[in-house]
Each structure stands twice: as structure tokens, then as C-alpha cells.
Write a protein that binds this ligand. Structure first.
Ligand SMILES: Cc1cc2nc3c(=O)[nH]c(=O)nc-3n(C[C@H](O)[C@H](O)[C@H](O)COP(=O)(O)OP(=O)(O)OC[C@H]3O[C@@H](n4cnc5c(N)ncnc54)[C@H](O)[C@@H]3O)c2cc1C
Length: 366
């Protein structure tokens, strides 16, 4: 039986681990945190996943929350007007329903199920020595450590990495009690409130704000995502220390810059003390294969090699897509990843790394 080691238990690593286990591989998965730590820790993403990405989870029997998670049926866009220009608003229906299941509960459950299904789950943060050891004992080593430092073993791809600094000051706020969205003119085919949507608002020179329904461990909620231009008025999280201060700052930003969204938030409360995140990331694309000091090669997956989010809002979707392309997907005959002892692997994953596409502490995006 071929042995695969996966380092990093996030969207890509854990999904790939399940896919390969179901295909009969002998799979070792290294997670920096236990299922319990993940479930009770801070949020990691807003993880809105669209139909084609959700399909990859469905095909592996991993979509345990499809019936409980609120559906997202549309995308709306609001460009704020000012004294000199009119605003702009549109809303469009999605072809299929999107959903956001809090990664705390998703990955926690996936880890537990992986171990129960016979996978070799190790709670351990890996460095290069551990990769060397895994390369000796496994036919392939996959590094899926997201934005963690270990991803630096993959050389940058300068042609696809034009940025040398973060492009946004980021924050997430998970809340209950948000009122349904209304359109600026109060009229859609569905009436004044419209379908549940990713409601995206853009204020030129300041930043972006978007919000959508989700499922957290405590139940249905809405996620607020703030993307402030560095140095601008939405880059204002430096003095925030507590979850309560974080919520208060979120509401200040909405009242100041996005009043149509502030009106929805008069009765909001945090889902839980872990429902906040702040940080910043430099978008980067790296080469998909790295060579360890011993000469063994390892394959990169997900954010470890293509890090764009949340600006593109596609990172989890791309992670799922990379898993499908690399063969961790039961529904398609796409297992084109070639495996040889010591980690000679390429093709489909290298292709995925060309598509556009943290650690646990709350500021670990930084
Ligand atoms: C604020 C924010 C909002 C986002 N919103 C969205 C969105 O709405 N839609 C979307 O599609 N994407 C979104 N993303 C992006 C999405 O979360 C990521 O692209 C996706 O989770 C990447 O999956 P991954 O498996 O590559 O990495 P991750 O999911 O980050 O998993 C990596 C795992 O590896 C672990 N790890 C790190 N170092 C080590 C080590 N040395 N040893 C062992 N384990 C290690 C980490 O703890 C983590 O558990 C968002 C990201 C952020 C930061």
C-alpha cells in the first residue's frame, strides 16, 4: 500500500487525507492542533465556499452540515457614492447555493472522522527535520500548512507574486442578530430584503466590507469581513485587545463608512469569544515542489503555495479544487498525481498551483 504523509490539517490537507484514505492509501496526517483545540479556539477564515467546491466535499461524504448551514443564494455589490458621484448597486443569483461552515467545527469533525476511519493522525507541528523523517518513511509528503512559516520552503514564484507587503488590514467578526439585507432602492424580485447573499460593499480609497450567513459551533450566524487599505481609515485595529472591543470597532467602521450595513447591525452580538480575527497577509505564489536538504522532494498544496485571500474570497475554494485535481476526490478519475518514494510528485498539483487562487493566534495572519 502506498504511504502518503500530509502536514497541515486545514481545508486542503484534511480533505486530501480523507480522499486518499477512501482510495485505499495509507495516510498520515500531522495537525498542529487537536480536534478539541480547533473546535474551542479562534475562527480562522470566513470560508465561503461555492457550489463546485462544495461538490468536492459532498463527493467524499464530508458535507455534514448541508442541512443546518444557512444557504447563500446570491452576490450583491454596492459601490458607495459620494458628493461627486452616484453609487452603484447590483445583485445576481448564484447558479448553486454557497455555504460557509466555520472551519473550527468542520476541521475538528474531519480530524475525528479521519482517525476513526483508520487514518494515522498525529498532533504535532512539523519542521524540516520532521519532513525529512516523513520523506524516509512515506512515498509522498504533502505540505498543506496554509500561511504557516513552513510554507517558506517553497521558493517564491516572482512572476506571480507582484506584492512585497500586505494589501489589506483584515478582520473578521462572527455575530448573531444581524437583520436581513435590504437593497438601496428597497426592491428586488424577492421584495425589499432579497435573497441571502454575500453582500459586498466597496468604498474607494478606504476598503471593502462584506457579510454573509454562516454556521458556527453555536449555530447560524453572520460573518463580517473587513478589508482596509493599509494606512487608511479602516486600518484601525492596532489598539483593539478584547473581543468586545473588536465588536465595538466593527460597528464603528460600519457606522462611519457603510451606514446601509450598520442599519442591519443594531442588535448584533458575538457568537462567542473566539469569533474574531485580525491580521494582514502578503499575497504570494510559490513553486509547488520543494527540495529538502537530503534531496527528498515535497509537494505543496493550498495556501502554502497560492496565498491570495481573503481579497479574492476563493482560498478555500481553491484548496478544495487542488485536492480534486490531485486525486483526493472520489467522484472523478483525476488521480494524475504521480508518486514515488521520497516525494516525486507533479502534474495536476503543479497545474493547480498556477490557478489564482495562520496560525492559531488571533493575529497570526501577520
Ligand atoms: C480573514 C480570512 C477570510 C477568508 N475568507 C475566505 C472565504 O470567504 N472564502 C474562501 O474561499 N477562502 C477564504 N479565506 C481563505 C481560506 O481560509 C484559505 O485559503 C484556506 O483555509 C486554505 O486552506 P489550506 O488547507 O491551504 O490552509 P489552512 O486551512 O490555513 O490550514 C493549514 C493548517 O496547517 C496548520 N499548520 C501550520 N503550520 C504547521 C506546521 N508546521 N505543522 C503542522 N501543521 C501546521 C495550521 O495550523 C492549519 O491548521 C479567508 C482567509 C482569511 C485569512
Amino acid at each position: 500500500m502506498r504511504r502518503v504523509a500530509i502536514v497541515g490539517a486545514g481545508q486542503s490537507g484534511t480533505q486530501l487525507a480523507h480522499g486518499l484514505l477512501q482510495r485505499g492509501y495509507d495516510v498520515t496526517l500531522l495537525s498542529a492542533h487537536s480536534a478539541e483545540e480547533l473546535l474551542t479556539g479562534p475562527v480562522m477564515s470566513s470560508q465561503c465556499m461555492f457550489e463546485s467546491a462544495l461538490q468536492t466535499e459532498r463527493a467524499l461524504g464530508l458535507d455534514h452540515w448541508a442541512d443546518q448551514c444557512p444557504p447563500i443564494e446570491a452576490v450583491s455589490f454596492t459601490l458607495q457614492g459620494d458628493a461627486d458621484s452616484d453609487g452603484l448597486h447590483w445583485i445576481g443569483r448564484l447558479d448553486g447555493v454557497a455555504q460557509s461552515v466555520d472551519q473550527r467545527m468542520k476541521i475538528s469533525r474531519w480530524l475525528t472522522d479521519f482517525a476513526a476511519a483508520g487514518g494515522d493522525l498525529r498532533i504535532q507541528a512539523a519542521g524540516v527535520p520532521e519532513l525529512e523523517e516523513l520523506a524516509r518513511t512515506h512515498d509522498l509528503v504533502v505540505v498543506a500548512t496554509g500561511k504557516g512559516d513552513l510554507g517558506r520552503i517553497f521558493a517564491p514564484d516572482p512572476r506571480r507574486s507582484p506584492y512585497d507587503r500586505p494589501q489589506r488590514a483584515l478582520a473578521l467578526t462572527y455575530v448573531t442578530g444581524m437583520a436581513a439585507a435590504t437593497t438601496p432602492d428597497g426592491a428586488t424580485a424577492e421584495g425589499a430584503t432579497g435573497p441571502p447573499a454575500v453582500a459586498f460593499s466597496l468604498l474607494p480609497g478606504v476598503g471593502e466590507y462584506f457579510t454573509f450567513p454562516a454556521l458556527a459551533p453555536s449555530g447560524p450566524c453572520d460573518i463580517m469581513v473587513f478589508e482596509g487599505l493599509p494606512g487608511g481609515p479602516m486600518d484601525c485595529w492596532g489598539d483593539v485587545r478584547t473581543p468586545e472591543e473588536h465588536l465595538a470597532r466593527s460597528l464603528e467602521i460600519l457606522r462611519e463608512h457603510f451606514p446601509h450595513e450598520a442599519a442591519r447591525c443594531e442588535d448584533v452580538a458575538l457568537t462567542d469569544g473566539g469569533g474574531v480575527l485580525r491580521g494582514r497577509l502578503t499575497p504570494s505564489v510559490r513553486r509547488p515542489v520543494a527540495t529538502l536538504p537530503s534531496g527528498a522532494r515535497v509537494l505543496g498544496l493550498g495556501d502554502a503555495v497560492v496565498l491570495n485571500d481573503p481579497i479574492t474570497g476563493q482560498g478555500s475554494n481553491n484548496a478544495a479544487r487542488m485536492v480534486r485535481e490531485s486525486g483526493g476526490f472520489r467522484g472523478e478519475a483525476s488521480a494524475s498525481m504521480r508518486i514515488g518514494r521520497g516525494g516525486a510528485a507533479t502534474s495536476a498539483c503543479a497545474r493547480s498551483a498556477r490557478c489564482s487562487g495562520r496560525d492559531r493566534p488571533r493575529c497570526a495572519m501577520g
